[in-house]
Design a protein around this ligand. Structure first.
Ligand SMILES: Cc1cc2nc3c(=O)[nH]c(=O)nc-3n(C[C@H](O)[C@H](O)[C@H](O)COP(=O)(O)OP(=O)(O)OC[C@H]3O[C@@H](n4cnc5c(N)ncnc54)[C@H](O)[C@@H]3O)c2cc1C
Length: 437
């Protein structure tokens, strides 16, 4: 029997890593709190189709996906519409979440990954500094490696002792509280996919996307909110979005999405985090599926390549290096830019959009959103347009802080230790986390 890998939670990246490992002869078991039919959300997701191949997955049949519609951005005052223009060959695809899970679980089952559905993970089991298994609602289980794919609020990550060097929680402004539901489609829509930045001056974003059969509503805030606030916000959107009906057809869940820099340390002895539990999303918008799928191969390569078969922080470190080199180092600066949303005033954001300082060029998000430059497309005359900001000294100060933080986090990522030593990694982690403190 191969070495035993326990996957905590059926997160996308964990499952895909598990399939690569099972294929390579590892004995892989997933502990998932829901039953098979309860996995995933009752809505659609947008992601880069190229990430499927990176995770060993086939392209879905044509009737299972469509290409994403361009978004139109509005500031808090809703005076100006800025529409993106994503080139046809760089568009993301939109799929039902349950169809994405079908693709992934089909591959897992074919490669021999085993599933314990309806089994909640409660935390890690430790032997000294090493993670040796999982506490589950059905009892303790032991293995050679635990992959933490339990999502944003993972009880495994949160239960690790300080000696593992893994951050336990996301702080305020590092995750979005989100409500999403599909309503009946009432009237017509001027723009098919409207995205609101700091809507009504509230800290967060929102969208109303009009599909043929329904209207897709998302409310994302940096602080929790309740059903009454959903109703009030939806009513406010209905005034300028006649397509948004009142009958909720699908979804209607409150969830959380990490919108921050990747977890500073992804590995410990006997442990690796992936997906939302490792905060692997695009910080400004919270997309994580493409990054998850890409990370799965990087994690599997590090595990399969560990000739010592110890799966220690030291031997799993190549996974951390690969993730930061290919995605994390490019995305961490976006977390500094995202913080601007928490500092800029609604009037300042309106000024930037109304005066064409940020245009469709800058807001065109392509499928390959794995770095600052592939995410934000700075047009050549941005600097000239930016000169208009000089009048607003407070805004200039806020932007200067962002530029400083972007420079700092890029430099810290470039200085990540090439090899794991507790002392070296601890010192590096402090520098990385300080940028966002
Ligand atoms: C409203 C919304 C819209 C989104 N839209 C997009 C999008 O369009 N494109 C995109 O790329 N990303 C999107 N995301 C983000 C995306 O959902 C995540 O980044 C992605 O799912 C990766 O997360 P994950 O698979 O690691 O974790 P999750 O999706 O959170 O999966 C974790 C799994 O672990 C299980 N689990 C959790 N706790 C336990 C426990 N204690 N015991 C056992 N099992 C447990 C859960 O049931 C779940 O199956 C969206 C997220 C939300 C909330």
């Amino acid at each position: 029997m191969g070495k035993k890998v326990l996957i905590a939670g059926g997160g996308h990246g964990g499952l895909c890593a598990g399939a690569f490992l099972a294929e390579a002869g590892f004995d892989v078991t997933v502990y998932e709190r829901h039953d098979r039919d309860g996995m995933g959300y009752d809505w659609t997701d947008i992601f880069d189709p190229k990430a499927l191949a990176a995770a060993g997955l086939p392209m879905p049949p044509e009737d299972k996906f469509e290409y994403k519609t361009d978004m139109t951005f509005y500031g808090p005052g809703e005076h100006t519409a800025v529409q993106q223009h994503v080139p046809a060959d760089q568009r993301e695809i939109k799929m039902e979440r349950r169809d994405i899970y079908d693709l992934i679980i089909d591959r897992c089952e074919k490669t021999g990954v085993q599933f314990r559905y309806g089994c909640a993970v409660e935390g890690p089991l430790m032997a000294g500094d090493r993670v040796v298994g999982l506490k589950t609602a059905d009892g303790d289980v032991y293995g050679d490696l635990v992959i933490d794919a339990c999502g944003c609020n993972s009880p495994v990550r949160a239960g690790l002792p300080a000696c593992c060097l893994v951050e336990k929680e996301a702080k305020r402004f590092e995750k979005f509280y989100v409500y999403r539901a599909f309503y009946d489609r009432a009237g017509d829509a001027t723009d098919k996919y409207k995205v609101y930045l700091l809507p009504e001056g509230k800290l967060g974003i929102g969208w109303v996307a009009c599909e043929e059969e329904y209207a897709d509503l998302l409310i994302g805030r940096f602080d929790p909110f309740d059903e009454a606030e959903v109703e009030r916000t939806a009513d406010a959107y209905r005034k300028s979005n006649p397509c948004l009906g009142t009958e909720r057809k699908r979804g209607g869940e409150f969830v959380q999405i990490p919108v921050r820099q990747p977890l500073s340390v992804l590995v410990a002895d006997g442990y690796a985090a992936i997906g939302d539990s490792a905060f692997m999303t695009v910080p400004v918008i919270g997309s994580g599926i493409g990054l998850n799928l890409r990370a799965s191969k990087m994690l599997a390569d590090a595990v399969i390549g560990d000739a010592t078969e110890t799966y220690s922080a030291e031997t799993l470190w190549p996974y951390q290096l690969a993730y930061f080199k290919n995605c994390g180092a490019g995305l961490a600066p976006l977390a500094a830019i995202k913080l601007l949303l928490t500092r800029i005033s609604p009037a300042q954001l309106d000024y930037v959009l109304d005066n064409g300082i940020l245009t469709s060029d800058e807001l065109t998000i392509t499928a390959d959103s794995t770095s600052l430059t592939s995410f934000l497309h700075f047009s050549p005359d941005l600097a000239k347009r930016g000169a208009m900001l000089v009048k607003d000294k407070d805004l200039v100060k806020k932007l200067a802080k962002v530029v400083k933080d972007v420079g700092e986090v890029s430099a810290v990522c470039a200085a990540m230790p090439k090899y794991y030593s507790k002392h070296g990694v601890e010192a590096w982690k402090k520098r990385y986390e300080k940028v966002f403190s």
